[in-house]
Design a protein around this ligand. Structure first.
Ligand SMILES: Nc1ncnc2c1ncn2[C@@H]1O[C@H](COP(=O)(O)OP(=O)(O)O)[C@@H](O)[C@H]1O
Ligand SMILES: [Mg+2]
Length: 284
């Protein structure tokens, strides 16, 4: 569905490349994620994939088309949700959706039905200029699926949404997958990446540092941290060790044998722990 080979990109006026030799493939029907901190190059990469930034080196093929050479038909089959969606502020939500729907030659979904799905049906006749960021985000998301595209690009679709609205959008993304659609998603949220994505690329400084299924990426961290507490007189003290070292950790064995252990638990490593281990960087 998508084949990216050794892509480099430099913004006009910038001295250095923002994207450095990125290669990957996306299969039909998968949710493919880019996970990385702010400034990693996720939005830049999405703009390259969607034909907004065409001055790249290397090859980017989407539906067998080199994106540089795309024509307008290209946009009939892809849906794009931008990080900062633009709307006509003086028009209502419904007028905006009707306008964008009119740009497609293919059949579009009833905008009212989509507004209802994201809880905006009572705001259909409000001008978008009066929408909150979260409302615009939801509107941007439904605009991207208006024409029922086969391939969807979502740039931080849940960022800044409250938990209930984020849940709605995540369920709708999973529904797209059930319908057989392919989804490319960028996020700096490890929970979203883990829950939604079949495969995740870790991106830092415009480079892919690792790429695999979330579960497979987690296997990079073999050791678990163990935290325990023990009593000493009136005080409760804490200790930390690694699961693999527990059996010959002298302090721990002593505490275990003298009966002063009061609690013990192993900490599950998160996808962010793996991210830090593999890239040397945090997600924030
Ligand atoms: N229009 C632009 N011109 C020059 N540099 C840009 C432009 N847009 C983004 N950048 C730079 O490119 C890098 C990657 O940005 P971006 O793709 O927005 O990252 P992310 O989406 O991962 O937060 C950043 O260093 C950013 O400052
Ligand atoms: Mg971004």
């Amino acid at each position: 569905m998508i084949s990216v080979d050794n892509v480099f990109f430099k913004y006009p006026g910038s001295k250095t490349d923002t994207i450095h030799g990125v290669s990957f493939k996306v299969n039909q029907g998968e949710i493919f994620g880019f996970l990385g901190p702010s400034g990693a190059g996720k939005s830049t990469l999405q703009k390259i994939l969607t034909g907004v930034l065409r001055d790249y080196r290397g090859s980017v093929r989407v539906f067998e088309t080199e994106v540089k050479d795309r024509n307008n038909l290209f946009y009939e089959n892809i849906g794009v949700d931008f990080e900062f969606p633009n709307f006509y502020g003086k028009f209502t939500a419904l007028e905006n959706l009707n306008y964008f729907a009119s740009l497609y030659s293919r059949k579009t979904i009833d905008p009212m039905q989509l507004l209802e799905l994201v809880g905006l049906h009572n705001d259909a006749d409000k001008k978008v200029i009066n929408f909150s960021k979260g409302m615009k985000m939801r509107l941007g998301f439904i605009r991207s699926i208006l024409h029922d595209p086969k391939l969807l690009f979502l740039d931080e679709p849940t960022s800044g949404l409250d938990p209930a609205n984020a849940r709605t959008i995540k369920d709708m993304i999973l529904e797209q997958k059930r319908l057989g659609k392919t989804v490319i998603l960028t996020t700096h949220n490890m929970h979203d990446a883990e829950e939604l994505c079949d495969r995740v690329a870790f991106i830092v400084d415009g480079e892919i540092k690792a790429l695999d299924a979330p579960l497979a990426l987690r296997k990079h961290i073999r050791d678990k941290e163990v935290k325990y507490a023990y009593s000493q007189g009136e005080k409760v003290l804490e200790g930390t060790t690694l699961l693999s070292k527990l059996h010959n950790d002298k302090d721990f064995i002593r505490i275990l044998n003298n009966g002063s252990l009061t609690s013990i638990h192993s900490k599950e490593q998160t996808l962010e722990d793996v991210f830090i281990e593999l890239t040397g960087r945090c997600l924030h």
